[in-house]
Design a protein around this ligand. Structure first.
Ligand code: ZN
Length: 136
């Protein structure tokens, strides 16, 4: 198979994986919203909550929002990956410019770094956090 065709097949397969992941992330957000609406309508019918219940409800609400933010973040990362795919930059490590392994892209379709560079970046981040802690 000529190289250009092989690369197109690879791009199409990756796009498919990314679109599927995006669909999953969107579905999770939908499910979450549906559950939330159901919980809210049940509460209205059943009882008038006292102060303690209201506090619990708020805490729970916050948690759901943050879960939704994570999902939205995943969606943004996937959108970004799709853009990179269109521009032919997808699957190239941000740090060293080498191709990111296919196994890693399957596990983390929106990865922007190869395994080695990601490991290094995370270690650096951890060092930074430890430095912050000792400064406090
Ligand atoms: Zn790299």
């Amino acid at each position: 198979m000529p190289k250009e065709i092989a690369s197109t097949v690879r791009t199409d397969a990756l796009r498919q994986i990314l679109l599927e992941r995006r669909q999953e992330a969107l579905k999770d957000v939908e499910d979450l919203l549906a559950r939330r609406r159901m919980a809210q309508s049940e509460q209205r019918e059943d009882f008038v909550p006292d102060t303690a219940d209201l506090a619990l409800q708020d805490a729970d609400g916050d948690q759901q929002i943050s879960l939704m933010e994570i999902r939205n973040h995943v969606r943004e990362q996937i959108d970004e990956a799709l853009r990179r795919l269109d521009e032919g930059r997808y699957g190239i490590c941000d740090d060293c410019g080498r191709e990111i392994g296919e196994g890693r892209l399957k596990a983390v379709p929106f990865a922007r770094r190869c395994v080695e560079c990601q490991g290094r970046a995370e270690a650096l981040e951890q060092l930074d956090q430890e430095k912050d802690r000792t400064q406090i």
